[in-house]
Write a protein that binds this ligand. Structure first.
Ligand SMILES: Nc1ncnc2c1ncn2[C@@H]1O[C@H](COP(=O)(O)OP(=O)(O)OP(=O)(O)O)[C@@H](O)[C@H]1O
Ligand SMILES: [Mg+2]
Length: 584
């Protein structure tokens, strides 16, 4: 029913805490029974005039002891709840984290980032209450009426039976509510994640929305979604309130039935006064645990819905564990390489490329021809290619991600800078680097002067490097890449945000790097690739031409045409500048 074996199995240590919690609550119940019994006997003693000093003293001692025991049990039980919640949170978050790690760089092919965030924060939080409150209550709610029933049988079998029979009516009413609550709750969660998705996306794109003054529109859109969410939340709350009312009716009705039974039996002389009083005092206790369980019921439903989401995430297929490493000879050879993102439209139509170890190879071509796609295949982000890609003779798809990321450094115009300091961002490239080393790469990336005028290596960096210019971001990303010191570097439009002069600077660095490393350079600007050992010209997912700059010019094909056009444009700009200078 509402117990998910897999969920409990995933956090085995929680069993101990749940058992402890139930045991403590049960002790508390026993203390309560002792308390009520002593009071009932005491009252009977007064009524019959048989109670003496000793009975008064004994009652006082029992009452005091019971109160202390109940207090200690309550403290202990909440401690157990806390411990099991803690264990659950830690274990689940760790499992989710590990899963994401093993899904690897391409995790967001299978699951949205916002969904992961929600599941691992909100979803786990829901389960915390499931383990901490609902599960212990579930077992206690079975144990308590049985214990009371057995004890009551010594006083009045009939009343005990009446009370026991009424208890299961509560779970029955829960089951009835559950059938339609389940649908409602899964809709509720659907709305909730949808709202989260939109919110995250709009927040990330807020600047763009402002620029296009589309924030008002998005605002209305979000208000609509929020309104939908509010409505469904109210529905859920109404459902919960109604089910609580039903349960209350059953609980108090049942208790009343037991009390009436006791009164009738007492007047018939079948039950002693103490017995009747005891039944009156304890009748409610038959129902309270089940009633409490009922009010945790929505927690359980939420927990179930959340756990489904967590298991969906944990069950995502993982690529087989790969073991091969990138060999020392890291020549990359693509033969008949095909790729498609969705299994439909093919982006690369079987290309043959060769990137020799220590060579400087360039890939050029029109926007959308598949250059970044190719780079992402090399980085293991685009999985499931056709044909073959080998690195030093080892098939790329057999190479484990760790080794790949250690050997290949990818620098694009979108390289991510993290909130923190310059030092923090650089140390990602090489955790052991000394400050001297950091300054030397910053010098090479021509960023040292700027940083010296700021706060040096401790200059603060905002999220995504928002407080730096586009060019400064790219230089910092370049410096980090240089530190990484891997055998293969892939530059994908790494200088696209930089003015021509600084671009030439960075290109110089890249050319210098190509003396010792394997460099793959993707660039729109042909002047950048002219020095490459070999240039591949891609056209719509095919290799149109290849060769050195001179060879390609001689061929007088696509490359030559593009080269001429770009030269003319650049000359025009240079001339225009010269004219301007003269005019002054
Ligand atoms: N994540 C993706 N999912 C689906 N299709 C994609 C994805 N990324 C790129 N594409 C498609 O693949 C084709 C090649 O894109 P790619 O990014 O490789 O081009 P590119 O050569 O790097 O272009 P640019 O010079 O503009 O960066 C495009 O038609 C694009 O629509
Ligand atoms: Mg690209």
């Amino acid at each position: 029913m509402m117990i998910n074996k897999r969920l409990i199995g995933i956090v085995p240590e929680s069993r101990r805490y749940i058992a402890g919690n139930v045991a403590l609550q049960w002790c508390s119940l026993v203390a309560n029974i002792a308390l009520m019994t002593s009071i009932a006997c005491f009252l009977q003693g007064i009524y019959e005039g048989t109670g003496g000093r000793t009975q008064t003293a004994a009652t006082a001692v029992i009452v005091a002891a019971a109160v202390v025991v109940r207090f200690l049990c309550a403290v202990g039980a909440s401690r157990m709840s806390y411990l099991s919640s803690k264990a659950v949170k830690r274990t689940l978050r760790e499992k989710i984290y590990r899963k994401l790690l093993s899904l690897g760089a391409s995790y967001n092919e299978q699951v949205k980032t916002s969904a992961v965030v929600q599941v691992s924060v909100e979803g786990v939080e829901q389960l915390e209450t499931y383990f901490g409150a609902y599960l212990p209550q579930f077992f206690y709610a079975m144990l308590a009426p049985l214990t009371l029933f057995i004890y009551m049988c010594f006083w009045s079998v009939l009343s005990a039976v009446v009370l026991l029979i009424c208890v299961p009516l509560i779970p029955v009413s829960i089951a009835v509510v559950q059938t339609w609550a389940k649908k409602l709750l899964s809709k509720y969660w659907g709305q909730y994640t949808a709202l989260g998705d939109t919110f995250l996306e709009n927040l990330q794109g807020l600047t763009t929305l402002k620029i296009y003054q589309a924030d008002g529109f998005k605002n209305r859109q979000m208000n609509e979604e929020a309104e939908k969410f509010r409505k469904i939340t109210m529905k859920v709350l109404t459902m919960q309130l109604n089910s609580i009312t039903i349960m209350d009716l059953i609980a108090y009705g049942g208790a009343a039935a037991g009390v009436i039974m006791a009164a009738v039996q007492f007047s018939g002389g079948q039950v002693s006064l103490a017995g009747a009083l005891l039944i009156i005092l304890l009748a409610a206790d038959f129902f309270i645990p089940m009633r409490q369980l009922g009010s945790y019921f929505h927690i359980a439903m939420n927990g179930m819905a959340a756990s489904d989401k967590i298991f969906n995430l944990l069950d995502l297929p993982e690529a087989d564990r790969k073991t091969a490493a990138v060999p020392d000879d890291c020549t990359i050879i693509c033969s008949g390489l095909k790729f498609s993102y969705d299994g439909g439209r093919e982006i690369l139509h079987g290309v043959d490329l060769r990137f020799p170890r220590g060579g400087f190879t360039a890939v050029v071509g029109e926007s959308g021809c598949g250059k970044s796609t190719l780079a992402n295949i090399f980085m293991g982000k685009n999985k499931g290619y056709g044909g073959s890609v080998t690195v030093g003779g080892v098939e790329l798809s057999d190479i484990c991600e760790e080794s790949l990321l250690e050997s290949f450094t990818y620098i694009s115009h979108q390289s991510y800078l993290f909130k923190g300091t310059v030092r923090g961002n650089l140390l990602m490239g090489k955790p052991t680097a000394s400050d001297d080393e950091l300054w030397s790469v910053l010098e090479r990336a021509k960023l040292a002067d700027f940083l010296r005028s700021e706060n040096g290596l401790d200059t603060a960096i905002d999220e995504k490097g928002a407080n730096l210019s586009g060019g400064q971001c790219q230089r910092l990303a370049l410096a980090r890449a240089l530190l990484h010191n891997s055998p293969v570097y892939i530059f994908d439009e790494a200088t696209s945000n930089i003015d021509v002069e600084s671009e030439n600077d960075i290109m110089e660095k890249i050319h210098a790097l190509a003396q010792t490393k394997t460099v793959i350079l993707i660039s729109h600007r042909l002047a950048n690739v002219a020095g490459a050992d070999c240039i591949y010209v891609l056209d719509g997912g095919n290799v149109a031409e290849s060769g050195t700059h001179e060879e390609l010019l001689k061929k007088d094909g696509q490359y030559a045409a593009l080269w001429k056009a770009q030269q003319e444009l650049e000359n025009y700009i240079v001339n225009a500048k010269a004219v301007k200078v003269k005019e002054r």
